[in-house]
Design a protein around this ligand. Structure first.
Ligand code: ZN
Length: 239
């Protein structure tokens, strides 16, 4: 079984009426619900309200893939929690950063850049283009996914060159964005996926759900170490 932890700051659901109506139990619950439909996935959730954000060493030890949704409260995540996530990814844990998690501490620490982007919060339509079908994350995903409304995220996007670019978002305002990117950091695989503004029903879209399900399987650890070791090599007897 793939053990997934869905982390959500769980802030907008309590303060924004539209978000509350769409996600009465939080976006983490909506994401956990569709992942739980899969026979090979077992899901746990955690939020900012939990002690240590619910991201303790013990939780990470029992997490194969961590999914992160944050926006208004990135700064409330203690640095030590972000470091813990970064180190777990270096050791092999998979990490999926959704939507505004581009500015989350763990994502920025892992990528080493500011992670900023251009945006417009409006009701633009998005057509999310699948660049290649020859990838596990795009398996059974259509040539494009149409989202009636989504927040516009636009280039420039302050990330290192992705290892793989799998989706490009196009918006009715004319902007484009690198919406689906993979990265590797030591043993760990990372997937960034743009859709998922809190006031739109994006996580109920079956194709968006399919991408996230595929991504969970893709970033699942192939190998996980206790810690990354770069040992000093013993001298040979020639010396
Ligand atoms: Zn947003």
């Amino acid at each position: 079984m793939i053990r997934v932890t869905v982390w959500n700051e769980f802030v907008h659901e309590k303060s924004n009426a539209k978000c509350k109506e769409l996600y009465p139990f939080g976006m983490h619950k909506a994401i956990a619900d569709f992942l739980s439909e899969e026979e090979d996935i077992v899901v746990h959730t955690a939020t900012l309200d939990d002690e240590e954000c619910g991201i303790t060493e013990e939780v990470l030890k029992n997490t194969d893939v961590l999914i992160w949704w944050g926006h208004a409260a990135h700064h409330k995540v203690p640095d030590e929690v972000a470091v813990r996530v970064r180190d777990a990814v270096h050791n092999g844990m998979g990490f999926i950063a959704l939507h505004s998690a581009h500015n989350s501490k763990p994502f920025k620490m892992l990528l080493g850049t500011a992670g900023n982007l251009s945006w417009r919060e409006s009701k633009d339509f998005e057509r999310l283009w699948t660049i290649t079908h020859a990838h596990p994350i795009t398996a059974d995903v259509p040539d494009y996914i149409e989202l009636e409304m989504e927040e516009t995220y636009a280039e420039p996007f302050g990330i290192p060159e992705p290892d793989e670019l799998l989706f490009i978002g196009w918006y009715s305002g004319g902007e484009v964005f690198r919406s689906g990117c993979t990265f590797k950091r030591n043993n760990g695989k990372i997937f960034y996926f743009q859709p998922g503004h809190e006031t739109f029903p994006t996580y109920y879209n079956e194709h968006i759900q399919k991408v996230i399900k595929n991504a969970v399987r893709y970033v699942t650890p192939v190998y996980r170490s206790e810690k990354i070791e770069f040992p000093n090599i013993p001298k040979t007897n020639k010396e």
